[in-house]
Design a protein around this ligand. Structure first.
Ligand code: HEM
Length: 90
């Protein structure tokens, strides 16, 4: 039996992204015996990288219509194929 982690992480009731919101349950790092061993490292890296990016480029903004973004169809880990942004004048 195979579980679609991408499908499991797509709850139609949650269509918005709220980076400041309380964590909601997800299976992005898998579950059980083979749960990602790098999950805590990845979390530490992202807690450092995202704030640093926004501090360096406070005007960073999406440079595409969200409806035009394409999502990985074959990847085990869900995500966009590309995320074009403008960095602003910083
Ligand atoms: C945002 C970043 C990451 C995501 C979304 C992610 C996601 C996942 C997922 C979904 C699995 C599969 C679980 C399964 O087979 O059911 C996995 C396994 C694994 N990940 Fe990650 N991962 C990330 C970062 C990392 C990092 C930074 C490392 C190592 C430094 C790492 C090492 C591994 C290893 C070794 C496994 C295999 C674990 C096993 O089969 O027992 N991952 N990861």
């Amino acid at each position: 039996m195979l579980c679609s982690l991408s499908g499991a992480n797509r709850d139609g009731g949650f269509e918005s992204f709220d980076p400041a919101g309380a964590g909601r349950p997800h299976l992005a790092f898998g579950y059980g015996l083979h749960r990602c061993v790098g999950a805590e490292l990845a979390r530490m890296e992202l807690r450092t990288a995202y704030p640093a990016l926004v501090r360096r480029f406070p005007d960073i903004a999406l440079a595409a219509d969200p409806a035009d973004l394409s999502y990985r169809k074959l990847s085990f880990v869900f995500g966009v194929d590309a995320l074009p942004v403008t960095l602003g004048g910083a």
